[in-house]
Design a protein around this ligand. Structure first.
Ligand SMILES: *Cc1c(COP(=O)(O)O)cnc(C)c1O
Length: 433
């Protein structure tokens, strides 16, 4: 058999990620035979000899090239730790990434990644709307380091992105294009392959440093790692808030960046010196979460489809924003077909009565909780205009498609009839508003 010792294969059959989440990358023999990976709650690791310690540091600090098959030895938990390394190996399987780096938050992942590649004078272009924390980092923090940031609207489609990339790249300073798709909370789609093509074009212009191409990073928190694979579409880096679907139980904050071994090597170097790595306990919780990732996301997506279809028929609902409702002829339909395997578990909708109507509904929910965040086993609802997106001025919100009457729902794994019943009773009286 060609793949006899490769844990990714049984004979010639490539094993699916969900079958590997319980065991991949962990050797019980190294941990007293424990079936599950223990929590390696230790700050430092004992070397077998001074020579071994020397060899580990030579690799860690890049003082020499690694020998074939040589991996980074365990030194100190800011550099590496078994719970993080095994988690990183498992995360790679879903996106078919060469390497991954995990962080103590999604923002830790995004901030460390952009600061690994952007230098004073560089320009970053990003799609809007993006996650509020990302928006603040890009608009308010990066410019203080001499990094220029500009944006384009996800609602303006491929033409809007083309215009923005060509404009941002004209003077050769564009270094990174950052996308978030589907956009939160409007569920507009951004064309990942389109962005990759434009970035390659911009990298190829005369007198550009070939070692500093225009990188494409994609925040894949909403659909990944199950339903969208940006690396396969040509993106250079994929970012996650693992707090959301991957963690999935609303009890851990963490993030990740995935990509080629070369790029992630640079990200890990920054992580070591910024100190933004995740702790062993977070790593262990996330490994536990990964075992049920496919089950949870599949159920959440199935529930979301039922809720989204049902919302269309409710008299108090004016509009539903849900990628699963795209049909041939809609602008985002082509993008959806090319880059999404399923519409995911996020549904936004406009209710009658503007902000008062949205608050009427949110204040009456019994089972669904009124909270920001998303992707957990429980359903959550919130009001983007005054909560997650409140620092965007109202007129800009409207241009991005965020309305006063919009409610965003993160659909959980509950019995879907209970979710419908809760929404129905909370919507009573809406049409009168
Ligand atoms: C939550 C979120 C983040 C930030 O992640 P944290 O884990 O809260 O730091 C980034 N991007 C998206 C799309 C998110 O939903």
């Amino acid at each position: 058999m060609a793949h006899r010792d490769d844990p990714l294969y049984i004979g010639d059959r490539k094993v699916a990620p969900e079958s590997l989440m319980m065991s991949y990358g962990y050797l019980p023999a190294l941990s007293e035979g424990a079936l599950k990976c223990p929590i390696f709650q230790t700050s430092t690791f004992v070397f077998n000899s001074a020579e071994e310690g020397k060899a580990f540091f030579e690799v860690a600090y890049g003082l020499r090239e690694r020998e074939a098959g040589e991996s980074l030895g365990l030194i100190y938990s800011r550099l590496n730790n078994p719970d993080l390394e095994i988690l990183e190996d498992r995360l790679c399987l879903w996106d078919e990434a060469q390497a991954a780096a995990v962080f103590e938050s999604g923002m830790g992942a995004i901030a460390t990644t952009v600061l690994s590649f952007l230098r004073p004078g560089d320009r970053l272009l990003f799609s809007e709307p993006v996650y509020g924390g990302t928006q603040y980092l890009f608009r308010n923090i990066l410019p203080q380091f001499g990094i220029e940031t500009t944006s384009f609207r996800a609602s303006e489609g491929l033409l809007g992105m083309e215009r923005a990339v060509r404009h941002a790249a004209a003077d050769g300073r564009l270094r990174m294009v950052h996308l978030e798709t589907p956009a939160n909370p409007t569920n507009h789609l951004v064309d990942i392959e389109g962005a990759v093509r434009l970035a390659r074009e911009a990298s190829g212009v005369a007198d550009r440093d070939p070692d500093r191409p225009v990188l494409v990073s994609v925040d894949n928190t909403f659909l990944g790692p199950l339903f969208q694979h940006p690396l396969k579409l040509g993106a250079d880096l994929v970012l996650y808030s693992l707090t959301k679907y991957v963690g999935g139980h609303s009890d851990v904050i963490a993030g990740a960046c995935l990509g080629s071994a070369e790029l992630i090597g640079k990200v890990k170097e920054s992580r070591t010196f910024f100190g933004s790595m995740a702790g062993p306990w977070s790593g262990w919780l996330l490994m536990r979460s990964l075992e049920t990732l496919k089950l949870r996301m599949t159920q959440q997506a199935a529930n979301a489809r039922i809720i989204a279809d049902w919302l269309l028929e409710q008299p108090g609902v004016i509009r539903v924003y849900y990628p699963g409702h795209l049909k041939e002829g809609d602008r985002d339909w082509e993008i959806y077909r090319r880059q999404c395997h399923a519409p995911g578990g996020m549904v936004s909708f406009d209710v009658a009565g503007g902000e008062a109507g949205a608050f009427h509904l949110l204040n009456r929910l019994q089972l669904i909780k009124l909270a920001v965040s998303l992707g957990g086993t429980e359903s959550l609802a919130q009001h983007p205009a005054t909560m997650t997106h409140s620092d965007i001025p109202p007129e800009e919100q409207r241009q991005m498609g965020i309305t006063e009457s919009m409610v965003r729902l993160s659909v959980g794994v509950e019995e879907v009839e209970d979710l419908k019943a809760d929404l129905a009773q909370a919507m009573e009286g809406l049409e009168g508003l």
